[in-house]
Design a protein around this ligand. Structure first.
Ligand code: ASP
Length: 323
């Protein structure tokens, strides 16, 4: 049995070609393999792309999902490691988490410092990710992000710092495990369920609310034919009362509206009776993100709408395994 190493680019593969010109994607799968210490099971490399993760299109993302799905189904593969830019790693991790039904470990890793910068941590992260993917303890835990010796669950992990090598955090939960040298240790197991998936609905947008903001941007999204909208509301998902007519109109037109929070942690619920708070939103027929951040709620909504749900199916698919 082998471990599959799928490379996609990111800072872990970036190197400055000319002094002062800035680092660009460079390292290949063979470069990664040549730097590994001995003692790993066989590793098979698949190069998917070599891009900054902010340049991923939905086609590249979906292609990666298809590739990893096939690898997970192969009897020759025991685990999968994906090297990936940190900027959108949490979105890829969550897409794979909710759409690939496998017990095999799928681990994403990357780096914050480029190859050649003092303290480049890419190979150390790669080794920790490979150890995690090779660990029997790692099976059935869903997709994981391994960086800085920590193992994070796809559902909770987020990029928390623009520059720190300790960028990945799971607000409100913490990492579920650690890689201590050659030991892979887990503290808890996340509940994990996949949902049916046909493809991604592209017309889903993410809107963050700020104090005093008008609803024009939501109305514009509706005019542009959005099929789904994720609103990152204030506190426990609350919106200014003047957004409620546009939200009701959206739901009335069959547009799926999801309420997430702009807070880094916590579910959507509150005790209030005023317009734009939880009860009012629930009555308007929105869906709640149940602790997913806005960017992961968008991924989930693209998956759910990709199934073309009718009537109550939307709600069933959305909450399936989320609560
Ligand atoms: N710009 C990089 C990316 O591809 C950042 C990183 O990998 O850390 O997301």
């Amino acid at each position: 049995m082998a471990i599959a190493l799928v490379t996609t680019g990111g800072t872990i593969a970036m190197k400055e070609q000319e002094v002062g010109k800035g680092a660009v994607p460079t390292l290949t799968g063979a470069d990664f393999l040549s730097r590994l210490p001995p003692g790993f099971p066989e590793i098979v490399v698949e190069e998917h792309c070599n891009l900054p993760s902010s340049h991923f299109t939905l086609e590249i993302l979906w292609g990666l999902r298809e590739r990893v799905m096939n690898l997970a189904a192969s009897p020759d593969i025991e685990g999968i490691v994906i090297t990936h830019g940190t900027d959108t790693m949490e979105e890829t991790a969550y897409l794979l988490d909710i759409t690939i039904p496998t017990e095999k470990p799928i681990v994403l890793t990357g780096a914050m410092r480029t190859v050649g910068e003092p303290g480049y941590e890419g190979f150390a992260n790669l080794v920790a990710a490979l150890r995690t993917a090779a660990s029997e303890e790692a099976s059935g835990r869903g997709v994981m992000v391994v960086m800085n010796e920590e193992i994070h669950a796809a559902r909770y992990v987020t990029k928390g710092h623009t520059l720190s090598t300790a960028t990945f955090i799971s607000p409100g939960w913490g990492p579920m495990g650690r890689v201590d040298g050659d030991r892979v240790v887990f503290a808890w197991r996340p509940s994990h369920k996949t949902i049916p998936c046909n493809g991604l609905e592209e017309k889903v947008c993410l809107i963050k609310l700020g104090v005093g903001m008008g609803d024009e941007i939501l109305r514009f999204a509706l005019e542009q034919g959005a099929r789904g909208v994720v609103l990152e509301g204030m506190g426990a998902g609350r919106v200014p009362h003047w957004w409620m007519p546009a939200i009701r109109e959206a739901v009335g037109q069959g547009v799926a509206v999801v309420i997430a929070s702009r807070c880094p942690a916590g579910r959507i619920y509150d005790p209030y009776g005023y317009p734009g708070a939880y009860r009012d939103l629930r009555k308007a027929g929105v869906l709640f993100a149940e602790g997913l951040n806005g960017q992961k709620a968008r991924i989930r909504l693209m998956v759910v709408l990709g199934m073309n749900p009718k009537g109550e199916e939307l709600k069933e698919l959305w909450y399936n395994g989320l609560r």
